[in-house]
Design a protein around this ligand. Structure first.
Ligand code: PLP
Length: 422
């Protein structure tokens, strides 16, 4: 119990007064009807909805400030550059980074991890070195390391997950060795909802001089995350999972590591001086941002951070905890339901199967009732293989969801049983 315990102990927030209705009106899409029914959006782990402030900020950027960044010597260029660099500062502040130089804008979590595998991994990994991952990784934090291992001769080692969907610590301790060069692990599982005890993992890794990369795609949008407190070496997350637009994400890394890494892609922006045969690199973070960046995306992400700060991340987290406990209690009462993942510390992601109703049939049926959930392997096929199932249905919440939406969802699950003849 680290993250949530700290939250509850240090923040005196009375969640009983939290009313999601206060915020729902900020999200135009939440008023949509789907198949004639009010939308119940429970696919937040895939992507979240956007408040008007984010939509308007992006639109205003294009209406009043659009230009290319950094090199333009005109007013609009100044506006665009200022907005882009202010967004970088905002991101740094949001995750507690010491400097905005540690913030690299990417397309998302996936690109951020690929950047580390290419820029750090290709330079520092050698044959026989080991990378420790867990068995509960999203493909984004698995495939880049598979490719790197193939290229360098490095070996991947995997921390198993337990029946509860938690990290098997004794095995982790055995896997850590003089050969370990990196640990790359998810902060919060997008299948089980498990919040991994990252601080403990990082401190064990650092005792042996091993850097740690956190896949924070599911944690940064839902929990207060402070990179200095965690002392992680790399951290990756996506804007679209925290109310920002798609196509923008972040890699944070410690400055000394970034300075020693190779560039990821070559092109404009990332250079200092260029000759026909060679070139020198720009300073961090620009060394890793070749080409025209997603300026509007960064500006939209900054607006999303403003929105989160207005509500307060701790309130959002605690409300999601409340919703998740409520949903788990109600869902557990349904005969024949299997819920995957029972970690003591968990976020608002619930994967389940109901009898042998196929998740695709289930999500189709729920869709007819206006409820958006996800069905499939959730980009985590190794988890499905180990559980010996093809897929699950996954409901995932955000602070704008309500208990009455959960009541309706549970009611529809019960009706699905009778629809399929149980
Ligand atoms: N890691 C986790 C745990 C995720 O849940 C996701 C997306 O679902 C990703 C990585 C990939 O994020 P993106 O597709 O935004 O790059």
């Amino acid at each position: 119990m680290e993250t949530l315990e700290i939250l509850v102990k240090t923040q005196k927030i009375d969640i009983s007064s939290f009313d999601p209705e206060t915020y729902r009106k900020d999200f135009p899409i939440l008023g949509e009807k789907v198949h004639g029914k009010p939308l119940v959006y429970f696919d937040n782990a895939a992507t979240t909805q956007k408040p008007s402030s984010v939509i308007d900020t992006i639109s205003d950027y294009y209406r009043h400030s659009n230009a290319n960044v950094h090199r333009a010597i005109h007013e609009l260029g100044d506006r665009a550059t200022t907005a882009f660099e202010e967004a970088r500062k905002k991101v740094a502040g949001f995750i507690g980074a010491k400097s905005e130089r540690q913030i690299i804008f990417t397309r998302g979590t996936t690109e951020a991890i690929n950047l580390v595998a290419a820029g750090w991994g290709r330079k520092f990994m050698e044959e026989g070195d080991e990378i420790i991952l867990s068995e509960m990784e999203h493909h984004s934090n698995l495939i880049p390391w598979q490719i790197l291992a193939r290229e360098t001769g490095a070996r991947l080692r995997f921390i198993p997950f337990t029946d509860e969907g938690t990290i098997d610590f004794p095995v982790f301790e055995q896997l850590l060795s003089g050969k370990t060069k990196l640990i790359a692990i998810t902060h919060m599982s997008n299948v089980f909802g498990t919040i991994n005890p990252i601080k403990r993992i990082i401190s064990m890794a650092h005792d042996r001089g091993v850097p740690v990369l956190l896949d924070a795609a599911q944690s940064v949008p839902h929990l207060p995350v402070d990179v200095e407190f965690l002392d992680c070496d790399f951290l990756a997350f996506s804007g679209h999972k925290m109310m920002g637009p798609t196509g923008i994400g972040v890699l944070y890394a410690k400055s000394r590591i970034l300075e020693n890494m190779n560039p990821y892609q070559g092109g404009g922006e990332m250079i200092n001086s260029v000759w026909l045969e060679n070139a020198t690199w720009n300073e961090i973070p620009h060394k890793f941002e070749a080409g025209t960046p997603n300026i509007a995306g960064a500006v939209g992400l900054a607006a999303a951070i403003d929105y989160i700060n207005k509500i307060g991340m701790v309130s959002m987290t605690l409300w999601e905890q409340e919703l998740t406990t409520y949903a788990l209690d109600k869902m557990s009462e349904i005969d024949g339901i299997t819920i995957y993942g029972h970690a003591p510390e968990r976020g608002g992601v619930i994967s389940f199967n109901l009898l042998d109703i196929h998740p695709h049939d289930m999500s189709h049926l729920l869709d007819q009732s206006g409820i958006a959930v996800r069905a499939g392997h959730h980009c985590a096929q190794p988890i499905m293989r180990k559980l010996d199932i093809a897929a699950t249905t996954r409901a995932s919440f955000y602070f704008y969801n309500t208990k009455s939406e959960i009541d309706y969802f549970v009611e529809q699950l019960k009706q699905a049983k009778s629809f399929f003849g149980y």
